[in-house]
Design a protein around this ligand. Structure first.
Ligand SMILES: *Cc1c(COP(=O)(O)O)cnc(C)c1O
Length: 437
């Protein structure tokens, strides 16, 4: 493919994606395929001779789409949202076009500098304490990781190294291995300090945890993967109070801030803690400058060496939506979750299982776990909407997460009527079976 054909095909692909997203509502949200569906549809080996773009393109609808779960369908209410927007898609195209690998400042200065500035923008949007920002000569700063799980691992490794060095300076007779064997990490069954847990979007009390961590010299990492985006709205910012006690903080714009996967934003108060843990400096990667808010070598802030120009997505989205546009998006989702909550509360057969704070509603039929498992099975079997469950204490609970950028009040009404009808059908047979037993 030469540049002339790329121009033509690129436009076709943009049209295809625009059509896909514009008409996604018409597709069944969850596919009909069985495990192993794809292999028989595809050649056993890569082709020896090149194929045409048309050959590949026509297989998208034939082979790929039948096996796609449509995360951006307004009937998708599973997991948590996967962010997507047109500005982010365009930025990702540019990222692919530039195709740099920005592991150090010199490897592509714009890639590094835009990321530092975007993480400062984002940090200011959620009103993070100044110490987390890079500025021109700050000790802190932000970095884009691939996922919240990576951010947690990075925090853990940095905390470990920092603690080992600290103990070594006090007790030089101990070896690293001896110290390592005595380290303790404190966690709940959700792992670290969390704002917006995955099962039910509950919030740890940072104002209680934070002072203890600081007093005991324990690294505090806060995972706000989903909920973090809501903190750009002043009315939800109080949920982040206590972040001033943390050493590191993370949330995923790729969940709820309209920036396509992957974009997990992580901040630290002391960049030296990360660099101390990860710095590797072979000769071919050495440049003569000092780490500061101006010059950052992001390879010391992450596990991989290579990294994409992901901050372009943030830059496009933050500029083209503006803070106000993004706040509107968050507020709309939260309005819709409360709409669903009210519908559930009006039906005496159901109960709400956790406080609805943001865009997630946990609910169930009053009754046994088996009954609720059967309800979920019938909902997901009908494939008109898609949900996933969770366990809250011993209870089997259905999670209804507001996900799609384009979901509206009418979709919520439809989803509720559908669930309610399936519950009616289920309860009829359930009662009959129960009587027969
Ligand atoms: C979604 C989620 C994660 C995982 O996010 P990844 O970016 O996929 O690793 C971690 N923690 C919480 C609280 C989440 O909601």
């Amino acid at each position: 493919m030469d540049a002339a054909e790329f121009r033509k095909r690129g436009k076709e692909m943009v049209d295809y994606v625009a059509d896909y997203l514009e008409k996604i509502e018409k597709r069944q949200v969850f596919p009909d395929v069985e495990p192993g569906y794809l292999r028989p549809l595809i050649a056993q080996c890569a082709p020896q001779d090149p194929e045409s773009f048309e050959d590949v393109f026509k297989d998208i609808e034939k082979i790929i789409m039948p096996g796609v779960t449509h995360w951006h369908s307004p009937y998708f209410f599973a997991y948590f949202p996967a962010a997507s927007s047109f500005p982010a898609l365009l930025a990702d195209m540019l990222c692919g076009g530039i195709g740099c690998v920005g592991f150090s400042w010199a490897a592509s200065p714009a890639c590094t500098e835009l990321e530092t500035v975007m993480l400062d923008w984002l940090g200011k949007m959620v009103n993070l304490p100044e110490e987390f920002l890079a500025g021109k000569d700050g000790k802190g700063g932000g970095v884009i990781q691939g996922s919240a799980s990576e951010a947690t691992l990075i925090a853990l490794l940095a905390a470990r190294t920092k603690t080992i060095r600290q103990v070594q300076s006090e007790k030089p007779e101990l070896t690293e291995a001896e110290i390592m064997g005595r380290l303790v990490a404190y966690a709940s069954d959700q792992f670290c300090a969390t704002l917006g847990t995955t099962p039910c979007c509950s919030f740890d009390k940072l104002l209680e945890l934070g002072p203890i961590c600081n007093k005991e010299n324990i690294w505090m990492h806060i995972d706000a993967a989903y909920a973090g985006s809501a903190f750009i709205c002043p009315e939800f910012r109080h949920l982040l109070n206590g972040v001033e006690f943390a050493d590191s903080f993370n949330f995923n714009p790729h969940k709820w801030l309209l920036v396509n996967f992957d974009c997990s934003a992580m901040w630290v108060k002391k960049r030296s803690d990360l660099i101390g843990a990860f710095k590797l400096e072979p000769l071919y990667l050495q440049h003569h400058h000092q780490e500061s808010g101006l010059v950052t070598d992001y390879r010391h802030w992450q596990i991989p060496l290579g990294r994409r120009f992901r901050s372009l997505k943030l830059w496009f989205v933050l500029r083209m939506y503006g803070v106000k546009g993004l706040q509107e998006h968050i507020r709309k989702h939260i309005r819709l979750s409360h709409q669903f909550e009210h519908l559930v509360l009006q039906d005496e057969r159901f109960e709400i299982c956790a406080k609805v704070v943001l865009g997630l509603v946990c609910f169930r039929l009053k009754g046994s776990n088996e009954l609720n498992e059967a309800l979920l099975k019938s909902i997901n079997g009908a494939k008109k909407i898609h949900l996933v469950p969770c366990h809250l204490r011993e209870k089997f609970v259905l999670r209804f997460a507001i996900c799609s950028r384009t979901v509206e009040s009418t979709h919520i009404e439809f989803a509720w009527q559908h669930i309610s009808q399936l519950a009616t059908d289920l309860l009829k047979t359930w009662v009959q079976n129960h009587h027969q037993q």
